[in-house]
Design a protein. Structure first.
Length: 199
């Protein structure tokens, strides 16, 4: 599939749509774009946006669970919201919280991991899901928020596709396949939110 000067391919297994490898943005360009984000912890609208994933996740969690905010960005508001709810949080972001110690020697370590507006940036989704799954305890939760792709006819004009660092696009069916392949139970509690529980 070609849209303008950007080329995409469709995974025939899971129906994800991925930007061609040769057109993936370089890290410096990505960092510059992410530094433009204004995710203020005092912005009630932004906190309401994050509550779309926080509320169903908190309903699933037992008290005092250890979490990891993976791809937390420069202002980890989501992690603060979860910490305020009683869940200690570790942080990792390749651009802003680059200390990899939360990812190392921590197999089966976390009770839950959040990826909010992150998975659409994955250049190598299978490798990322391998890593995330290894970090989760059995029975742990992977909470994802991303805009789901709908019909192909709308893809060219879709605002989410036009963001220059968004490179992988998922359908609800994609997450059902991810759940089967990586050993999760899949829930979609609300639009654009997925909760995957590790078997």
């Amino acid at each position: 599939m070609t849209v303008g000067d950007r080329h995409y391919w469709r995974c025939q297994h899971c129906q994800a749509t991925l930007l061609a490898a040769e057109q993936l943005p370089d890290p410096e360009f990505e960092r510059q774009r992410y530094e433009l984000h204004e995710n203020d912890s005092e912005d009630e609208g932004y906190r309401q946006f994050l509550s779309r994933v926080v509320e169903p996740l908190l309903s699933a969690l037992a008290p005092h669970q250890q979490g990891l905010d993976y791809g937390c960005g420069p202002s980890p508001v989501l992690a603060q919201m979860l910490q305020d709810a009683g869940h200690p949080m570790a942080l990792y972001d390749p651009f802003f919280f680059g200390d990899r110690s939360p990812l190392q020697d921590h197999q089966d370590h976390y009770d839950f991991i959040t990826c909010t507006e992150v998975v659409e940036h994955f250049h190598h989704p299978a490798q990322e899901f391998d890593q995330l799954t290894a970090l989760l305890k059995p029975g742990g939760w992977l909470a994802i928020m991303t805009s789901f792709q709908t019909e192909d006819a709308a893809f060219a004009n879709w605002h989410y596709r036009r963001h220059p660092t968004h490179v992988t696009f998922y359908r609800d069916y994609t997450f059902e396949v991810i759940a089967r392949q990586w050993g999760y139970h899949c829930q979609i509690p609300r639009r654009n939110v997925v909760l995957l529980q590790k078997s």
